[in-house]
Design a protein around this ligand. Structure first.
Ligand code: FO1
Length: 342
């Protein structure tokens, strides 16, 4: 079984942990038994195409927040409370940087996390591509899945936002500033990924989509996470052409975002914060869109019938990923919906 997942950071990490667990239960790898941290191996192969639109240069180092969230979470070294960064983190270097006026005072670079950014930046400076760096970072922990940055081109997302204090009433700021400094409170007018027109899928991305048995779209931000991945020229085309079924999971439950700022992003592009509206935004593959199947929460069960009329195979299941079991059950439902749409 070959499963390819399109994912962003925090929601993506929980979902991918569920996919890994469900694969280990359904298709155990008889040769591995119980690995480090009790992680079981699987005979299935799972590839995750990771959003790179949240990436940035800060204080001289390259940050890849969604990649790192997946890396730390799958390795079991993540801060589960905050949802990003390393467990047991300290912030001594960040405090020094603040004293020097380097970086952003509202943006914390943890000491352990900075080790990752320094290693990544050193390898980039030596000439490695982001996907080669990603491969090296994954050698440290047995993740049980392969993480691929969507593109090696820097496609950092900038937000055109309304700001009454700015000349002309609006200004452009990096997505991370818009989110971590203003908590999305400056109304977003537009999201722009730099260099996106000239970006190319990273090595292995198109193949992972073309050769998959099922492609899953994680319950990640439809605009700045999944939207960025499918805006890389060549990825949408690969999704259109793959013989695999493409199944998405709604990041919206009962008209609310599960976490993050997807509601502010959806509003900016004129899409309602609603599970069915996100499905219609992605569109049915039969009508030139991305999806064959779509999972909504049980509270959104009323949208299943209209979505099926719009050409999707839809189902309602519990979407809250409270723990590994509920994440694995959700992943299993998505895999099953992929088989059903065949
Ligand atoms: N999120 C915050 O809310 N505040 C921070 O200071 C912060 C620092 C940070 C450093 C490294 C990293 O990889 C992620 C970090 N995040 C922080 C999370 C990040 O801003 C976002 O939640 C994601 O990019 C959105 O998916």
């Amino acid at each position: 079984m070959r499963i390819t997942v399109l994912a962003g950071g925090v929601g993506g990490s929980r979902f991918v942990r569920g996919v890994r667990e469900e694969c280990a239960r359904r298709w155990p790898d008889p040769s591995t038994g119980s690995g480090r941290r009790g992680q079981r191996g699987t005979a299935a192969s799972v590839t995750v195409i990771v959003n790179t639109g949240d990436d940035l240069w800060l204080a001289g180092v390259r940050l890849m927040p969604d990649f790192d969230s997946l890396l730390y979470s799958l390795a079991g070294v993540n801060d589960t409370e905050r949802g990003w960064g390393r467990a047991g983190e300290t912030e001594r270097v960040s405090a020094e940087l603040r004293e020097w006026g380097v970086g952003w005072p509202w943006f914390t670079l943890g000491d352990l996390d900075l080790g990752t950014h320094l290693a990544r930046t050193a390898w980039l400076r030596e000439g490695a591509t982001p996907s080669q760096v990603a491969e090296r970072l994954q050698q440290r922990w047995p993740l049980g899945v392969r993480l691929l940055p969507a593109t090696d081109t820097e496609v950092d997302t900038y937000v055109q936002a309304a700001d009454p204090d700015a000349p002309g009433g609006e200004r452009e700021l990096h997505f991370q500033e818009w989110w971590t400094r203003y908590r999305a409170a400056l109304p977003a007018l537009e999201f722009r990924q730099r260099n996106i027109e000239s970006a190319r899928p990273a090595p292995g991305v198109v193949e992972a989509i073309a050769d998959a048995d099922v492609v899953l779209i994680a319950p990640s931000n439809p605009v700045v996470s999944i939207g960025t991945i499918v805006s890389v020229p060549g990825i949408r085309e690969a999704l259109a052409e793959t013989p695999a079924r493409v199944v998405g999971v709604s990041p919206i439950i009962g008209g609310q975002v599960v976490r993050g700022m997807a509601d502010a992003c959806l509003t900016a592009i004129g899409v309602e914060t609603d599970a069915a509206a996100v499905a219609r935004h992605y569109g049915a593959r039969s009508a030139g869109g991305l999806l064959d199947g779509w999972l909504v929460d049980e509270v959104d069960a009323a949208s299943v019938a209209p979505l099926e009329e719009a050409g999707l195979v839809a189902a309602s299941v519990p979407l809250w990923m409270r723990d590994l079991d509920t994440s694995a059950a959700l992943a299993g439902a998505a895999i099953d919906l992929g088989a059903e749409t065949r």
